[in-house]
Design a protein around this ligand. Structure first.
Ligand SMILES: [Zn+2]
Ligand SMILES: [Zn+2]
Length: 147
């Protein structure tokens, strides 16, 4: 493993039963807490913590099952999960810049990432709590200008 700096350190993770494993080789693009309705239903939690990574930086071993529906903006959203244990792993879809979104809780060491924003707070259940120190958005985090 190439450990030239902390941000180049590969992050590894997988599902609960271990049938599917992944490795992230690049630095995360963003880390957010998402309280949208789909995240609540898909994970059974008040919100999920997501890590945006470049598609080329996510290396998956094993065959996740995939469920696709349409997201808030109408584009296809595909959730990848383990067909054996049900563990949520990552999300792909009609997102800009081939960004894949990894579920932070599937990391072997979730403490490697730190959320900097919370999104879709309009949908958050009243019993969930968010760090008031991080950026808060009622809907989608505004996207950086197109590159
Ligand atoms: Zn599994
Ligand atoms: Zn969400």
């Amino acid at each position: 493993m190439n450990e030239t700096s902390e941000t180049n350190q590969a992050m590894v993770g997988g599902c609960l039963c271990g049938a599917i494993r992944y490795r992230i080789t690049g630095a995360p693009l963003f880390v957010s807490q998402c309280a949208c309705k789909d995240c609540q239903k898909a994970t059974g939690t008040g919100h999920t913590t997501i890590v945006g990574v470049e598609e080329a930086d996510l290396h998956v071993e094993g065959e996740p099952k995939i469920y696709t529906n349409s997201g808030d903006t109408g584009g296809a959203v595909s959730r990848h999960f383990c067909g054996t244990c049900g563990g949520r792993l990552y999300t792909t879809g009609d997102l800009p810049g081939s960004v894949h979104i990894v579920q932070a809780g599937s990391l072997d060491d979730p403490n490697l990432v730190t959320p900097t924003s919370a999104i879709y707070l309009k949908d958050a259940p009243h019993w969930d709590r968010f760090d008031p120190a991080i950026e808060q958005f009622q809907e989608m985090r505004p996207r950086p200008a197109a590159q």
